[in-house]
Design a protein around this ligand. Structure first.
Ligand SMILES: Cc1cc2nc3c(=O)[nH]c(=O)nc-3n(C[C@H](O)[C@H](O)[C@H](O)COP(=O)(O)OP(=O)(O)OC[C@H]3O[C@@H](n4cnc5c(N)ncnc54)[C@H](O)[C@@H]3O)c2cc1C
Length: 434
């Protein structure tokens, strides 16, 4: 184990910085147990890609990224067991090499499995990544191990728990047989993609809408399962599409000073980069997950029960299209669909859910990006829940109303971590702890 002393922890996009006294780079479960047992306060971090301040901010930190081995496969039941610091790219490649898949993947492959599970990371047209977990070996605050199976009562609380009930050591995933998707992409007017949305969610095996604020359109991506060898006419669109993120960065450069410029930039970006039709095929991973990003960004994401989505969308459009407001929003707002589950702190707890991303392409000026505040106010008003790993202001008072199991979770957290070993200052406010 490598031990570093007195340094500064910096998040992926450099928006969060914290001093630490000790930082441990662990490679075994025994090391994980020992550090947790002997630390008064400790947080574990993965690839530092969360925008929320949930990964550091205490004296002792555990870097879990080198605790990343594949432990075993169970061929009969399509199970894979891994150490929780594994990056998604390595997990997914291992799963695909067996001809299997995890049927709902986020649009990022560099995050660690532990980090992704802890924050309720999700993809589209399936359930949260955490829903596919069969077993977790959990390191508790006293350093002991608790083996939690999917049928264990604790599992519903544990799957999405922001590292506050303990630290995931190893995780077993239930995979499915891999499949091929025929992906089609095209721009559609808002009235078109919004109509019969529930039917579309059922109709397609994959549905994602990159909504383009201030343009009246969404860029719709649909996928149908097809036999692997079925030919499709591949059309990847014009080659200049690869410059989209660079051009966005330039066009948005001064939008924190002159927010209305966003509206003009969006129209240009929509015309240049979201205007063509595309068609291709591949596995869920190959065909839909972004493999590299040129620059950092800052993210918020809000979720809402499917039945409330039309009202939220209408209000959102109304507010941001008013030229008197300052909440002009960068392209795209990523609209995805997640099936209901039973995890207590899941956005999709007992309700089919729509997730709506809100991005600032300028990570540095994110504090002055009015859109984050405006979007939060609208979603909170309608009963929306924020992504735990992204930017939000809501706290205990709001979560008490938003999550039916909030108080049960708080009670359990106090039982499992009576000295608040796993809480940093940010999480103390979230859980209303002194
Ligand atoms: C470009 C980009 C794209 C994204 N796309 C998506 C997306 O498509 N869908 C989506 O839902 N989210 C998405 N996210 C959010 C991202 O998945 C989460 O923020 C995720 O938590 C980041 O993982 P990480 O490894 O960086 O974890 P970190 O940010 O380092 O940690 C996140 C949390 O997990 C805890 N943690 C880490 N390891 C463990 C462990 N072993 N046991 C217990 N707790 C642990 C940490 O303490 C912390 O509280 C995206 C983020 C970015 C930057």
């Amino acid at each position: 184990m490598n031990k570093l002393k007195n340094g500064v922890w910096v998040s992926w996009n450099e928006n969060i910085k914290h001093d630490y006294n000790r930082l441990y780079e662990i490679t075994s479960e025994a090391e994980l147990q020992e550090i947790i047992k002997n630390s008064k306060k400790v947080r574990t971090f993965g690839n530092k890609q969360s925008s929320a301040d949930i990964s550091a901010g205490v004296d002792a930190l555990i870097d879990i990224r080198n605790y990343n081995k594949i432990i075993s496969y169970n061929e009969n039941d399509r199970l894979i067991t891994v150490q929780s610091g594994i990056k998604l790219v390595d997990l997914i490649e291992a799963v695909e090499s067996k001809g299997w898949c995890i049927p709902c993947l986020p649009d990022i492959n560099t995050v660690t499995l532990g980090g992704a599970l802890a924050t309720g990371t999700h993809g589209t047209s399936g359930q949260l990544l955490a829903s596919y977990v069969e077993n977790i070996r959990l390191v508790l605050a006293d350093g002991s191990i608790k083996d939690v199976d999917k049928n264990d009562e604790l599992m519903d609380a544990l799957r999405v728990s922001i590292g506050t009930l303990g630290v995931f050591s190893t995780v077993t995933f239930k995979c499915e047989e891999n499949y091929t998707l025929h992906i089609k992409e095209r721009p559609e007017k808002d009235a078109v993609w919004m109509s019969n949305l529930k039917e579309k969610i059922d109709q397609f095996d994959f549905l994602r809408v990159l909504w383009m604020p201030h343009t009246g359109k969404g860029y719709v991506i649909t996928g149908d399962k097809i036999p692997e060898n079925q030919p499709v006419t591949v059309n990847n669109g014009p080659s200049y599409l690869k410059y989209r993120r660079d051009v966005s960065k330039i066009l948005y450069k001064y939008t924190h000073v002159l927010p209305w410029l966003t509206s003009v930039a969006n129209k240009i970006l929509a015309f240049a980069f979201f205007n063509s039709e595309k068609e291709h095929k591949g596995s869920l991973y190959q065909a839909t997950v972004t493999k590299s990003r040129g620059s950092t960004l800052e993210l918020a994401e809000w979720t809402i029960g499917i039945d409330n989505f039309p009202a939220v969308f209408k209000e959102l459009k109304h507010v941001i299209n008013n030229w008197g407001n300052k909440a002009f929003i960068h392209i795209p707002m990523d609209v995805r669909f997640v099936k209901k589950d039973s995890s207590w702190l899941s956005y999709a707890y007992e309700q089919d859910t729509v997730t709506v991303g809100c991005v600032s392409r300028n990570a540095k000026t994110a504090d002055s990006y009015e859109a984050f505040k405006t979007v939060e106010n609208i979603f909170i008003k309608h009963g929306g829940r924020p992504h735990w790993g992204k930017r939000f202001k809501a706290k205990d008072k709001e979560f008490d109303t938003l999550y039916p199991k909030w108080n049960d979770f708080k009670k359990l957290r106090q039982e499992l971590d009576p000295t608040n070993k796993f809480l940093n200052n940010y999480l103390k406010k979230v859980f209303n702890e002194a």
